[in-house]
Design a binder for this molecule. Sequence first.
Ligand SMILES: NC(=O)CC[C@H](N)C(=O)O
Length: 335
Amino acid sequence: MQQSTQEKPTVLILTTGGTIAGQAQDDKSLGYHAGKTSGEALIASVPALKDHANIEVEAVSQIGSQDMSDKVLLDLAYSIQKAEANPKISGIVITHGTDTMEETAFFLNEVLPHKKPVVLVGAMRPAGYASADGTANLIDAVKVAGSPLAKDRSVMVVMNDTIFAARSVQKMNTTNLEAFQAPNAGPIGMVNNEHVRFYIPAQPKAQAAFIAPSKAPFPRVDIIYSHVQMDGDLIEDAVQKGAKGIILAGVGDGNTSAAALKALQEAQQKGVIVVRSTRISSGFVNRNVEVNDDENHFVVSEDLNPQKSRLLLQILLANKINTPAQIQKEFAKLY
Ligand SMILES: NC(=O)CC[C@H](N)C(=O)O
């Protein structure tokens, strides 16, 4: 339903690139270039947005999200802080490539105050493809960001009619329209032509969990993937390259080979923070099951996948939270 300008919320759209701003090479092949369309042009191409909100646009970057950087993360956090202080703005939408959308969502969720809704949105198919999904997703995202029901819900991802929370959302399929899921927690709401609906109550928070790192790049934290016949070479390399932390993308419940475990123990003894996460997409990593975390001074990632564990550890180190015990406490805080 169309609303008059007075009763419409004002939504700020921060554009970063991705398929939602992509241009197909042609309509037959799978090839396309992410982030080709400028922010202004992208928003102008969806006139129906104005039926739902007064729109303001700010271009932050024009990249495929595989090139997302610490600098752009900080630029986004800064723009959102400004929007938080601007009484005119009800909510913020970030157009983003889907490859690392969950990481940006998680980062912002940890370092922002959570009054105004922040909604990340992307597309699985570029404009010009049959059944391109960007337009519908963008309209949905603006509806959620402008909805009074979305206040105090922190950072969300809206894709394919579904609303997810930043902590639990993951890209689970390379190309499907239903690419995003939250394997542990499930979606928190849905959006369709008529309604924005949430399945759980909002959880107001007085302030951000952490201060954003003051500069980019953030402290170096490497992710090492576990597999059959694994040795400790990559772990040793990471230590040599100056990693402050190592995230193990372990097998199963955050396990790894005896050789890799030995390299992780040595890394920890040199002062590197070791976090055991998992290459499995759902479930928690539990302390002291097959690995003695207490004895080794290791941290377990709980429900966080390796890429989110990496960001959380970087944020914690930048906030001078740097002993394994303190770090474990923060990883264990579910909300
Ligand atoms: N569907 C997409 O958005 C993928 C495009 C690109 N790789 C990105 O993440 O920006």
